[in-house]
Design a protein around this ligand. Sequence first.
Ligand SMILES: [Zn+2]
Length: 265
Amino acid sequence: MEKRWKYFAAALIAFVIAEGLAILGMSLNGPDVTVLMYHSVNQGVLSEIEELSVYPEEMEKQLKYFCDEGVKTVFATELPGLRPRRGERYVCLTFDDGYEDNYTNLFPLLKKYNCKATIFMVVGYTGMDGYLKEEQMKEMLDSGLVSIQSHTVFHDALAREGATAEDIRYELGESKRLLETTLGQKVSALSMPNGAYDDEIMDVAKEYYDVIFTASDFAPFSPDELTDIHRIGIYRRHTVDDVRRMTENRAAYLIKRSLQKLAGK
Ligand SMILES: [Zn+2]
């Protein structure tokens, strides 16, 4: 009888270990695509939120790291067909809002390191002080290193109280149409402003876009979940070592973030 219990206990332990390794293995060997979210790249602070401006020298260190490690950069619009093979690593660099420093500070670095980036433009801000101009967007597109996608027409309009069905359709549909006609490129990706949306907004968004970024949080990228993609936010406080941890040892980062979440951080 006692012997049977020993066998049972050993089998149970083996099962728990095997399950643990399987979960860890899935996190380590799942699709190796990390999606990062940036905003402004600036020595000074452009946005009212200081955290949103990443130092240009930090940006350069991060691009150099991807370059040195052979991590391939992909556009947001390339995510649907992406099936990484074992050992391949990908990063999707996204920049929200369309700050002009994406042209003055980021673009030269993209050329230097041959990295691709996706800029989510607030179309109604085009040419406004501190935001990208049409010629700058066109020049970046011509390089083949930048994709310009939609971040709606006026950023906060979707979440505004009293926003009508027409408002929603305008923000989502017109931003795509304007970008496609002025820049002559296909627009199929959307970054939801502030990650704020409801079922109605999402239903309309899916009519226009194949790839939709919603939350800024850590979640492993899944090729089967292209209309609710979470991104890891990179802010002023982050260094290249943080980015290394986020993209290299994702299982450990996932566990750490889960524990922080449990602790309410
Ligand atoms: Zn935004």
